[in-house]
Design a binder for this molecule. Structure first.
Ligand SMILES: *Cc1c(COP(=O)(O)O)cnc(C)c1O
Length: 767
């Protein structure tokens, strides 16, 4: 975007005058933020409008989550005016950094929602016509604080600072009908700016509102009376994001959200397609849809329904759906694969349920074995099976994950439809995760190989010949990033970290399978070793955690309490003050992640092999020049292929081993063989920690007793974990170690979301 300081400041001044009745001098932060954003939006309008009017074939990315983070800096960066706007503001005595107070748009839980955000940015940067469709939650993922070590949740008022990066589009509002309720869906469009290429795609988020104020007369003609409470309840549908990550909660409100979002999106798309005078059988010539996990899969029967009301036969509609829909699976965990009670679904959406039954009948008529191939069985609707049956393509998100889908989770489906299954390994956008959050590192790389890598990440391999000469600067920049993070943590968490310590980081959602417990137990294991004098010369290390637990996930909350207690014990012990510190940062989100990933020395990716579909924080750390301490799980496997196992720290049981281990697994034996591990584990119940809640006791029991003690093999992998982790800690700081960091950075090319979306465009969307 062309930038003229005078024009820009005049634009800002004008918005301040007209929208806030103030000027540059009297404007508060909030007013200034809105005015700066709106001035930029105005400038970008022409490009956006051109893309919106363009007639090219598009893909709709349907997702219940978009974890966008903070918009302003990444938008300015992509428009190529980040520094210019900063300078312009400086010239009038204002600091661009003041907008760090703006809340993140946290309309997602974790990896899945962040992936959607990275894909939108990458698609725009690669000029791929991809638009996001989702829900404009009034409250995003809860804000987390700790009180006495326990997680507390507060509502996330992300609109507190206004929403200048969205435009409400009333003229595109549609009605969404449930058996007991009809609501109005109003879209808010957010521009998605490609990186310095003039492309602007759209994220369209739907908000539910009462019908009343809108077209009441025609609504009455069609449907009769507005039902009691209908309007009162309408806004509830998009009130709040479900805070569950990788678990299915069978709540009707959730189903309402899912249907609301896909029905509104498909009505909108079909309406515009028809207005262009096209035959709906040709819809696939203009549109395809990517279903991000099972949450939007109800789009399939909804499009079947819509097409038949438009006069297509079921078979014709099925053919269109088959050509349009594609499905991404994100997890093999049974508790996350969505299933709906058939009666509840048919009560809420009778016409949609009818289409699901028709799909089941079509499947049955093919003479398949009903034990292996079913959509509705025993009054349960299996959304993943519906998606696989109808979609043209089904993809997993890393090689190992796709292989597990093919050989285990969806084995029968794969054998029947091998051509449907593809792998698209996840990726991250190097703009937000390097250019924006680590600009000095980016400049260092630019000085060696130019800037092509900004949009072609594999080019980073060209730094390999320069690794030797880059080392001192690399170390200095990383050190500076650590200093900044330490200052931020001191201010926000009240814990002082020395940037001279090793920063050992595990940040991701709190989940048993991700095994924060393994890390936590190792911290205690080192602590006791130091206290007893068994461990000498321990390399000073800061153990940094960040994670939100789903509010209803008891065991995850217990792990948070445990780690916070460990932090209190360790940080208050003067004897180890020069050896270790522990901090669990509050409210881990995208903006926190940006500060953390560029300051990490160790990337902990320690899930039980087979459980983490891909992971993406592993890629963010790799891009920042951080070695992985991890299992052979998800994309870690491919990280090792790209950067070499010798440049990372791999431990633990492999996928192939896990099943066999579980057959005869006895955690008690392991505990008895490792007295210091036993001591660490016993702190849960021996009074070391204050806990009236009984949580730590329950956590202990989950590790040691019950039907499946230590389900995720924490204790099994413990010895190998500390062996490799200790090796890493002692390797740290040498030239050889620093080279490993840079080799990782140089080898990260494959994990650009630019590559991922290009793969989707080629292998699936045919864009
Ligand atoms: C990248 C990211 C994630 C995903 O992390 P994983 O370790 O891959 O699970 C989750 N939350 C936030 C805020 C992120 O930025």
């Amino acid at each position: 975007m062309k930038f003229d300081k005078k024009t820009f400041l005049a634009d800002v001044e004008r918005v301040l005058n007209s929208d806030y009745a103030c000027d540059m001098k009297s404007a508060g932060r909030r007013e200034l933020y809105n005015a700066v954003s709106k001035a930029v939006m105005e400038e970008a309008y022409a490009d956006w409008s051109r893309e919106k009017k363009s007639n090219r074939r598009r893909c709709g990315y349907f997702s219940a989550e978009f974890l966008m983070g903070r918009a302003i800096y990444s938008n300015l960066l992509n428009l190529g005016i980040l520094e210019e706007v900063g300078d312009a503001l400086k010239s009038v005595g204002e600091d661009l950094n003041q907008f760090e107070e703006v809340e993140d748009a946290a309309l997602g839980n974790g990896g899945l929602g962040r992936l959607a955000a990275c894909y939108l940015e990458s698609a725009a940067s690669k000029d791929i016509a991809l638009d996001g469709y989702g829900i404009r939650y009034r409250y995003g993922l809860f804000r987390q604080t700790f009180e006495n070590g326990f997680q507390h949740e507060e509502g996330d008022d992300w609109l507190k600072w206004g929403d200048p990066w969205s435009v409400r589009v009333d003229r595109d509002a549609v009605l969404v009908r449930f058996a007991d309720q009809t609501v109005r869906a109003v879209p808010y469009d957010m521009p998605i700016f490609g990186y310095k290429n003039g492309v602007v795609n759209t994220l369209r988020l739907w908000q539910s509102e009462p019908v009343q104020a809108f077209d009441f007369a025609s609504f009455n003609e069609m449907r009769g009376e507005v039902k009691a409470n209908e309007n009162f309840n309408a806004t509830k549908i998009t009130d709040v994001l479900y805070p569950n990550d990788n678990t299915m909660v069978g709540k009707i409100l959730r189903l309402r959200q899912q249907y609301f979002m896909v029905s509104a999106s498909l009505q909108d798309i079909v309406k515009k397609f028809k207005a262009a005078g096209k035959d709906l059988k040709a819809l696939p010539e203009k549109w395809c849809f990517q279903l991000n996990d099972t949450h939007p899969v109800i789009a399939i029967p909804e499009l079947l329904r819509i097409l038949q009301t438009e006069g297509l036969s079921f078979e014709e509609a099925f053919d269109v759906c088959h050509k349009c829909f594609n499905f991404t699976n994100h997890t093999i965990m049974a508790e996350a694969l969505e299933k709906w009670d058939a009666l509840a679904l048919s009560d809420l959406l009778p016409d949609v349920y009818e289409q699901i039954v028709a799909c089941q009948q079509r499947l049955s008529s093919e003479g398949v074995d009903p034990n292996y191939f079913y959509i509705v069985r025993d009054n349960v609707v299996h959304m993943a099976n519906l998606a696989i049956y109808v979609s043209a393509h089904v993809n997993g998100v890393a090689e190992i994950h796709t292989n597990i889908l093919k050989t285990q989770t969806f084995k029968n489906w794969y054998e029947r439809y091998p051509e449907k299954f593809v792998n698209i390994t996840n990726g991250i956008t190097p703009r937000r995760w390097m250019l924006l959050n680590n600009p000095k590192m980016a400049r260092l790389i630019d000085s060696k190989i130019g800037t092509v890598w900004h949009t072609r990440l594999p080019e980073l391999k060209k730094i390999k010949p320069f690794i030797g000469e880059m080392l001192p600067e690399f170390v200095r920049i990383k050190q500076e990033n650590k200093q900044k993070l330490a200052a931020y943590i001191a201010e926000h968490e009240g814990v002082e970290l020395s940037p001279d310590f090793i920063f050992d980081v595990q940040v991701k959602r709190l989940h048993e399978y991700k095994r924060q417990m393994l890390n936590a137990l190792s911290v205690l294991w080192y602590y006791f070793g130091i206290k007893d004098g068994d461990i000498t010369d321990f390399p000073p290390t800061a153990f940094i955690f960040g994670a939100k637990a789903a509010p209803g996930y008891y065991m995850a909350k217990a792990v948070i309490k445990f780690i916070n207690e460990i932090a209190r014990l360790v940080n208050s012990d003067a004897e180890v003050a020069d050896k270790m510190k522990v901090v669990f940062v509050q409210n881990y989100n995208v903006s926190y992640a940006e500060k953390i990933v560029c300051a990490a020395d160790i990337s902990e990716q320690i899930s039980l092999a087979g459980m983490e579909a891909s992971g993406t924080s592993n890629m963010k750390f790799m891009l920042g020049g951080t070695v992985t301490l991890g299992t052979l799980d998800g994309a870690n496997v491919e990280i090792c292929e790209e950067a070499g196992s010798e440049n990372n720290y791999i431990f633990g049981a492999t996928v192939e081993e896990v099943a066999a281990i579980k057959q005869f697994y006895c955690p008690r034996e392991i505990i008895e063989q490792n007295p210091r591990l036993k001591r660490a584990l016993m702190t849960l119940v021996d009074g070391t920690f204050q806990d009236d809640s009984g949580m730590l006791q329950k956590l202990f029991e989950s590790m040691t007793s019950g039907y499946e003690p230590d389900r995720y093999l924490v204790l099994y992998d413990f010895a190998d974990y500390v062996r490799v982790k200790t090796q890493l800690l002692y390797d740290f700081g040498s030239d050889e170690f620093n080279k490993k960091c840079l080799v990782n950075m140089a080898s990260v090319g494959k994990f650009s979301a630019d590559r991922s979306v290009t793969d989707y465009a080629k292998l699936i969307w045919n864009l």
